[in-house]
Design a protein around this ligand. Structure first.
Ligand SMILES: Cc1ncc(C[n+]2csc(CCOP(=O)(O)OP(=O)(O)O)c2C)c(N)n1
Ligand SMILES: [Mg+2]
Length: 326
């Protein structure tokens, strides 16, 4: 599938934005500037961007505890997200969500989610709504290798097939659930076969390669959008950081992290491919890098200066007001 030049630049910009957002968030947490618990997506950027490249605002995504990348790829405002992580009342969710609960319903971002495999059932509900409304939209859930050991994931996959709902299950295998490798935690060797067994096609991609994810996701999303029921994407790529920020990572093999950064980097792979094809020049990519660095710097400056919630605001937004008589 050939991708227009502008879309290529956009994809690189988004992957770079996720990378720098995360690296800066890591540094700010270490400096004690960001409260709460945070899981970084660094290294897996191509998954989010390769999938979301096929979505428009009306399509929905549901994310995980490692959700910054998914939200940025789906169009979340970077400054609003940074403010959210800093706990500002000017954040996307008024500072009440934080890292693990970023949401922007208007952009189809139904929320990051702290519950492992909490996303797939929600996406089936969203997909069913799209089917009933006949609006041609799809609902994508991102979830990790840990999610495919969860009953909620299996129930959601089965229900999506039974209902023929346009749900797309993106399984991101980064080889670990918290600190446990899949070789110990998963009772079969073939995770793809396990999900396929529910009765929908699953397309596999190298998660360090934007183009591979883009192609696999294109097939899965086209399948669902055309009314053929659910589909899956299975992408493999390790994360560069620990399970959470501060994880000492004693469970990693020798040289594992260096190898990932050196040889499994979606940004480097993207640049190499552009040198080969000549579609986007290195100068243009360098320019995008500079723009992204400035964007992140500004976002941090703004987040540090942004308002903090007042004690009174704690009890706001707890219940929805459905109007008179509710
Ligand atoms: C239902 C549930 N069980 C356990 C946890 C604790 N927990 C948080 S993240 C995580 C591991 C998730 O692994 P995976 O799905 O592979 O995602 P990754 O962290 O690798 O992105 C666990 C067990 C939880 N949040 N929810
Ligand atoms: Mg995992």
């Amino acid at each position: 599938m050939s991708i227009p030049t502008e879309a290529l630049s956009d994809a690189y910009r988004l992957m770079k934005t996720i990378r720098e957002f995360e690296e800066r968030v890591n540094a700010e947490i270490m400096n004690g500037q960001i409260p709460g618990f945070t899981h970084l997506y660094t290294g897996q950027e191509a998954n989010a961007v390769g999938v979301c490249a096929h979505l428009d605002m009306g399509d929905t995504i549901i994310s995980t505890h490692r959700g910054h990348g998914h939200c940025i790829a789906k169009g979340a405002d970077v400054s609003g997200m940074m403010k959210e992580l800093f706990g500002s009342s000017e954040g996307l969710c008024k500072g009440k969500g934080g890292s693990m609960h970023v949401a922007d319903i208007d952009k189809g971002i139904l929320g990051a989610n702290g519950i492992v495999a909490g996303g797939p059932p929600i996406s089936v509900g969203s997909a069913l709504a799209a089917k009933i409304r006949k609006n041609g939209k799809v609902a994508v859930s991102f979830s990790g290798d840990g999610s495919v050991n969860q009953g909620t994931c299996f129930e959601a996959m089965n229900m999506a097939v039974v209902l023929q709902a346009p749900a797309v299950f993106v399984i991101e295998n980064n080889y670990y659930s918290e600190h446990t490798n899949i070789s110990y935690a998963v009772g079969c060797d073939d995770l793809k076969a396990r999900t396929e067994a529910f009765g929908f096609p699953v397309f596999v991609a190298d998660g360090a390669d934007f183009f591979a994810v883009h192609e696999a996701a294109g097939k899965a999303i086209a399948h669902a959008r055309a009314g053929n029921g659910p589909a899956g994407v299975f992408a493999e790529q390790g994360r560069y950081h620990g399970h959470f920020v501060g994880d000492p990572q004693h469970y990693r093999g020798e040289g594992e992290l260096d190898d990932l950064r050196e040889n499994r980097c979606c940004l480097k792979n993207f640049r190499a491919r552009m040198v080969e094809s000549g579609e986007v020049s290195q100068d243009v990519l360098d320019g995008i890098d500079a723009e992204v660095m400035a964007l992140i710097e500004q976002a941090v400056t703004d987040a540090k200066a942004a308002a903090r919630p007042t004690p009174e605001q704690v009890t706001e937004d707890v219940y929805i007001n459905y109007g008179a008589g509710a």
